[in-house]
Write a protein that binds this ligand. Structure first.
Ligand code: UDP
Ligand code: XDX
Length: 327
């Protein structure tokens, strides 16, 4: 792991418990805080999440100023359930209609900037199970207490849950198989971000509004690379929220997601060039395991060698076995 990454990990990683609501309330000052949930067909979970945020962080501790659900072309009762829970619901396609309709999660998040008033915006997926308001307070902690932080990503354990079956560490499949290797290859200073694709993150409006938002599922890797390029590694912090359970999509759907993430990574490499030359990408892959006091980074070598065409090997044509009768 690069020494700059090890240093960043030590200085910019905290836990949700480090940021109790009363500390944040004292630090809030005049900052307005918006919580945004992008939701497509999340009637089963969106209401519980909204009610939890509203109960803990609006009524009990007046930290959050608005809860907005962006209804992303839901075909179920997402909008009604979210509204009944106390959220303001905005239909994705009703925002900036003159700019036409693009699709996906990134479109929903980009449009949320146009219909919210917060100086700080917290993004929370609407398909979470076991959500607690500490997800929101954890993400707000660094932003409300350190003006040098502009963007905060969550990190957490990510089991793969299928009904009653739960495979610890089985979640974050596209993170582990696509995003983490790509980031380690081309943006090795971001190797300390444990959950680059995690759907819970927060940022200052003043930063978010000057960055492009990739539509679809490219939004997370696009924003992470763009925040890094715009403001540098130290503008990013990460907060351990413990454990995240969400609705896991099937492999076919994740294939499209993986493709969108690769296309987004390509677009950033093509547009900005790369931190490391394409001819020599970094081959150190830093992965993370939960340990007793946080996370245990492990670096593997993902480098490969290459052999020349066998036909070019001296003696090959004369020394290899020949079938009887053949020469
Ligand atoms: O076109 C879309 C796709 C997804 N989402 C929302 O974005 C979040 C993450 O999407 P999803 O659960 O599909 O991704 P996963 O968590 O499985 O990677 C969820 O709240 C979705 O409802 C959305 O608002 N619009
Ligand atoms: O991290 C991942 O690999 C994917 C899929 O997670 P799972 O394998 O279903 O736990 O989930 C994330 O990726 C999406 C693309 O960035 C985000 O939009 C989602 O919020 C996030 O859950």
């Amino acid at each position: 792991m690069l020494p700059e990454v090890a240093s960043w990990l030590r200085r910019r990683t905290s836990t949700a418990e480090d940021w109790p609501p009363h500390v944040l309330l004292a630090a809030k000052g005049t900052s307005r805080i918006s919580v945004v949930l992008p939701a497509r067909d999340e009637e089963a979970t969106v209401g519980t999440i909204v009610e939890c945020i509203r109960g803990d962080l609006v009524r009990r501790v007046p930290l959050v100023d608005e809860i907005v659900v962006i209804d992303s072309r839901s075909t179920d009762r997402t909008a009604a359930v979210a509204r009944a829970a106390g959220a303001r619901v905005v239909a994705q396609d009703s925002v900036l209609p003159a700019l036409g309709r693009m699709s996906g999660k990134g479109e929903a998040l980009w449009k949320s900037l146009a219909v919210t008033s917060g100086d700080i915006i917290v993004f929370v997926d609407a398909d979470l199970r076991g959500f607690t308001s500490s997800y929101v307070t954890g993400l707000l902690g660094p932003l409300l207490t350190d003006p040098s932080v502009g963007y905060v990503k969550a990190c957490y354990d990510r089991p793969l849950v299928d009904g009653e079956r739960s495979v610890e560490g089985g979640g974050g499949r596209v993170t582990e198989l696509v995003a983490r290797p790509l980031i380690n290859m081309h943006w090795p200073l971001l190797a300390g971000v444990m959950q680059p694709l995690g759907g819970e993150y927060a940022g200052r409006r003043a930063l978010l509004e000057r960055l492009p938002f990739v539509t679809g599922y490219g939004v997370e890797i696009g924003l992470l690379v763009d925040v890094y390029r715009d403001s540098g590694l130290d503008a990013i912090a990460q907060v351990d929220l413990g454990r995240r359970v969400h609705t896991n999509q099937g492999t076919e759907a994740l294939g499209v997601m993986a493709g969108q993430i690769m296309v987004t990574a390509w677009s950033r490499l093509e547009r900005h060039g790369r931190m490391v030359p394409l001819s020599a990408p970094s081959t150190a892959l830093t992965q993370f395991r939960r340990s007793a006091d946080g996370h245990d980074p492990r670096t593997a070598d993902m480098g490969v060698g290459e052999r020349p065409p066998m036909i070019e090997v001296p003696g090959y044509a004369t020394s290899r076995p020949v079938a009887p009768g053949r020469r």
